[in-house]
Design a protein around this ligand. Structure first.
Ligand code: GLY
Length: 564
């Protein structure tokens, strides 16, 4: 009896522990098939799950999560930034929404160069001029208009409550707020609620009253509550005080765009992903095709041949990205050529098993007739099987670190995703040229890769991650972990990753990702291996063979999976 009692007590303790830990510790055997939310914070995941339980669909939950993340994940959740949504209905129709920021009308190609033509350090990162015109609020309004079911106000209200009543910050958020205190102080003369004398600690309450008021206007007036009136006045005033260039006309003119998803095949799977102005979808499809005909499954996860093949594919794909990818409304992206299987096969022909290809010997391909990584991703599936993958960002952690006075939200520094000067790397080390040059009204190139995968016409996976230039390679490897290496969703997310992006010619490896013998073999072939810290925060959902929703919440962050 006593023994049984102890088992029961242990089980209860385990369940309570799992609950307290959020879902990264959730028991994999718990089966959900009514709905699931996987996102960057426990509070936002709870908001999303509550909406699903109230009968909201995946888009309703996504809208509520977006606003809740703007409060509880200030590093990347936002109303002052932008993002991309990939949507798949239960019936199998797909669509994507581009709510990426745009360059203000007063932007110009050389705006970050000094009189000698050199890039001015940090100007596209830590100034008022670093911000693109925000797209997130319009994106949420538009997503809800087209697909939402519940009342708009009910989707915004949970975020207002979190901002006004406050929420208990995690150890990670306390650390990240503390590490930015001097920047917040310097860039926000006076005060912001992100500053705290003596520093932040886990469990402190973060209250954001100005943000609550802004969210109330959005709740009551929709897009007009943000792009016109009081908030637009405050944003433009903030710009004037800091030499910024976003005008009221820029705000009034901002509109998100529905774009046809790009799709491709990997073995028996259909990949539905984001078209330009994200480079993510095209790069992901190129990478998948590059490795499709090799026996990855036989070689195994992170074995030397697997790593070598993946790195060589990434080298060629990122070289293409630097030249051919940009905003399709301004630059004719050669999508068909880049995704032509014969072209991708030809690119892989220059690779030798004997030695690393030098990136200096690889240039962007040519075709006949003719491109902190703080961001956040959430994946949602509802009761009916509608699914949403959204990746959204301020670009750097806390964006430009500038809070709009009175309105209480952080501004993005997305302009750094443009190529400020051909060949000069941005904060992610990515280079670009004409395709991604700055032009008024143009959207800066992104690496965000929200993706939905089908198998046999049925929903199979919803996936995405933050991580700047590493987004594409993290999504790619997570997909391979499931399809090739038979990992379940949580294992696939937990598994250590590596990254290569053509230039710089390094292979960045998460500590513990590769065993010593693999590292030695790769080094002998000329690969420059750099061991580093955590990369990406993949949040994903897999639909199991028997129709259950299996979440993968990245333990590298506070990411949480909640289902019912
Ligand atoms: N700001 C990172 C990206 O869009 O790729």
């Amino acid at each position: 009896m006593k023994y049984q009692f102890n088992i029961k007590r242990t089980l209860l303790l385990l369940i309570a522990f799992s609950f307290l830990q959020g879902a990264s510790a959730q028991d994999a055997s718990i089966k959900y098939r009514n709905g699931m939310v996987v996102c960057a914070t426990p509070d936002a995941a709870k908001v999303g799950l509550d909406i699903l339980k109230k009968g909201g669909n995946a888009v309703d939950a996504a809208v509520a999560v977006q606003f809740a993340l703007a409060v509880t994940h200030p590093e990347a959740g936002n109303i002052g930034g932008g993002g991309f949504m990939v949507y798949r209905s239960a019936k199998g129709e797909s669509n994507t929404l581009d709510f990426r920021e745009k360059a203000p009308a007063a932007a110009s190609p050389n705006m970050y160069l000094d009189s000698a033509g050199n890039v001015i350090p940090d100007m596209s990162i830590l100034t008022h001029q670093a911000s693109g015109v925000p797209g997130s609020v319009d994106g949420m309004v538009e997503a809800h208009r087209k697909y939402g079911k519940l009342k708009w106000a009910d989707l915004v209200q949970p975020a207002i409550d979190l901002a006004r009543d406050g929420f208990k910050i995690t150890r990670l958020l306390a650390g990240s707020l503390n590490s930015h205190q001097s920047q917040f102080e310097k860039l926000n003369p006076g005060k912001t609620y992100f500053l705290k004398i003596g520093g932040w600690k886990e469990g402190d309450l973060l209250i954001q009253e100005d943000l609550a008021k802004t969210l109330e206007l959005i709740r009551d007036k929709g897009r007009d509550g943000f792009y016109t009136g009081k908030i637009a006045d405050e944003l433009v005033e903030e710009m004037k005080n800091g030499n910024g260039i976003i005008s009221k006309t820029d705000l009034a003119n901002y509109h998100s765009v529905w774009r046809k998803a790009i799709t491709g095949k990997y073995k028996g799977y259909k990949i539905i992903t984001m078209p330009p102005p994200s480079s993510g979808g095209i790069a992901l499809l190129q990478l998948l095709h590059s490795v499709e005909n090799y026996p990855l499954h036989r070689w195994g996860y992170n074995q030397d041949s697997t790593v070598q093949l993946i790195v060589e594919a990434e080298r060629r794909v990122y070289a293409d990205r630097s030249k051919y990818l940009g905003d399709p409304d301004f630059y004719k992206v050669p999508v068909d050529s880049l995704l032509n299987p014969a072209y991708i096969d030809l690119r892989m022909k220059s690779f030798s098993w004997n030695a690393a290809t030098l990136s200096s010997s690889i240039q962007p391909g040519s075709f006949v007739g003719y491109e902190s990584d703080q961001t956040t991703h959430y994946s949602i599936v509802d009761h009916d099987g509608n699914s949403v993958a959204i990746t959204t960002t301020l670009n750097g952690s806390f964006g430009s670190k500038i809070v709009v006075k009175g309105a209480g939200f952080l501004l993005n520094n997305e302009m750094d995703d443009f190529s400020a000067k051909p060949g000069v790397p941005n904060m992610f080390g990515l280079i670009g040229g004409k395709a991604n040059s700055i032009q008024p009204g143009k959207r800066m190139l992104s690496s965000m890769t929200p993706t939905i995968i089908e198998k046999d016409g049925k929903l199979f996976m919803v996936v995405g991650t933050p991580g700047g230039s590493t987004i594409i390679t993290s999504v790619f490897q997570t997909i391979l972990n499931v399809i090739e290496f038979n990992q379940d969703m949580q294992q696939a997310v937990d598994s250590k990753r590596f990254h290569h992006q053509w230039l710089p010619d390094n292979v960045n490896v998460e500590r513990g990702a590769l065993i010593e013998t693999v590292i030695d073999k790769l080094k002998q072939k000329g690969y420059k291996i750099i061991i580093g810290g955590p990369s990406g925060r993949v949040d994903a959902i897999l639909i199991t063979k028997d129709g259950y929703y299996q979440g993968g919440a990245d333990p590298r962050g506070d990411d949480t999976k909640l289902g019912y």
